[in-house]
Design a protein around this ligand. Sequence first.
Ligand code: KIV
Length: 275
Amino acid sequence: MYTQPEKRTGAEKLTLASFTKMKAAGEKIACLTAYDASFAALLDRAGVDVVLVGDTLGMVVQGHASTVPVTVDDVIYHLRLVARGLTRAYLIGDMPFLSYVDVPTALRNAGRMMQEGGARMVKLEGTGAQAEIVAALAANGMPVCAHLGLRPQAVEKLSGFKVQGRGKPAARQMLKDALALEQAGADIILLELIPQALAAKITAKVKVPVIGIGAGPGVDGQILVLYDMLDITPGRRPKFARNFMAGAGSPAAAVEAYVKAVKDKSYPAPEYCFD
Ligand code: KIV
């Protein structure tokens, strides 16, 4: 307790180009959320490629029932903490509910997250309707991750945390949205809680890396909420979230096991996927 979190040394900082190369080489991208400097340093040392300060902080850190109450200031605060722990991993900041309702609002908030928080990319939840926002961010030099499928900020509209994209019309629409967001300038697509076949199809159709959560093995990388995979989140764990603490002995060993399982493609096994 009397020392700062021990940071990784000697590792080169990952860049956006690193992920394009990893996709081309078939190397899976290992991503996790984090909300503070100690866990950020632990994830960085364990070889996690991407760290997301997700608005899940509203649920797992702040104790809310959804991500809706999270503010831009909250995300910036946690970005600053996490940025202090990272050496190699790429830092993404999540744009909270209503922080990207129009182009000026999105530019202002994404700009603050990068300038004040140290985010190297911003993530927003969207459909094709957000293409204009993505294009404006991209045109102003801001890398963007577009989050499709289950969009937790729309949980009330979607009537709960449910699998999205089931059935042909919904699947067709999601593919169309992913292509529109890529065309608008999205650098990474994130797919949450969708059938594995649809995720694999979208991954094959877009050129940018695709990260999945509850989207099966046919994507370019995986992400989980740190507190879910460390078995900290109280209550029922989502079906797709494997408990990596089981048998691991320590959080560091659990995160190392996660990185290994993503890279060697043993996670997600069929029991963690949806059809
Ligand atoms: O907010 C978050 O942590 C996320 C992940 C679930 C991908 O968006």
